[in-house]
Structure formats: C-alpha cells, structure tokens
Design a protein around this ligand. Sequence first.
Ligand code: CMP
Length: 140
Amino acid sequence: MSGNRTFTMIKPDGVEANNIGNILQMISDAGFTIKAMKLKTLTTEQAKKFYEVHAERPFYMELVEYMTSGPIVAAILEKDNAVADFRTLIGATDPSEAEAGTIRAKYAESKAKNAVHGSDSDENAAIEGAFHFSDEEIVG
Ligand code: CMP
C-alpha cells in the first residue's frame, strides 16, 4: 500500500449507534476514496493481534473485549497525505479533546468507545490494511 493510503475502522460503538452512513459521508466529503471495505466481527485473536502494540497497556483487555463486542467496518482509504489528513478528520483519541466538527467530536462516546480508528503512520497503514484485506479485495 503506497503513502497516499490509510486504514480505518468504524468501531463497534459507531456501528451500534447507526453512524456508518454518517461517518462514511464525512470521509467522502473530506475527499477520501474507498479502495476496500467490509463489515465484520473481529475474533478475540484478531483483535489481540491488531492491537499487539498496546499489549502492555492497562486498557489492553478492555480494548480487545470492546473491539470484539460487535461488528466493525474496515476500510482502506485513498487521498493525498491520507494518514495525516485522516487523523485531522477524526480528531483526538479522547472525544472531549477532539476539535469541533471532527468525526470523534460528533460521534465518539469516550476514549475507549471513540467511533473510529485511523492509522498513525504510512507503515502502520500498510500493515493494518494487509491485516484485513487480501490484494484481490482492494480495487485498483
Ligand atoms: P485508537 O487510537 O484507534 O487505537 C488505540 C485505542 O486504544 C484507542 O483508539 C482507544 O480506543 C483505546 N484507548 C486509548 N486509551 C485508552 C484508555 N485510557 N482506556 C481505554 N481505551 C483506550
């Protein structure tokens, strides 16, 4: 995956609150193109592996339990400067600190239930995209 792509998930709280459409609209309006997308429920093994970098954090098991508590929407997004621009669009991890008009300011409930994931680097965008999608599931 090249540097103009990022990886996102609409997390279980975003799906549960019927915000898939609202969040995808904001993503499209911000100029991102969807290159791959699926609705799925993560297994415990998948969630543990996806969040492996947080394994030593006190909230790790809470995070794994939450991320397996209902379906998520995984997607690969394309745009110039995708990783940084997407993080601007979603806002800070803690919705109380997220700028007005960001996805998390609008739709996140809390630091744990924060509506969306966005990759933090081009390297992780490639790793996370490949974690969820095979090459043939990504449109050219
Ligand atoms: P994200 O940045 O997408 O990936 C790591 C996730 O860990 C983060 O979103 C939050 O959902 C979660 N997280 C971060 N800090 C906390 C916390 N203090 N308590 C619970 N979950 C957290």
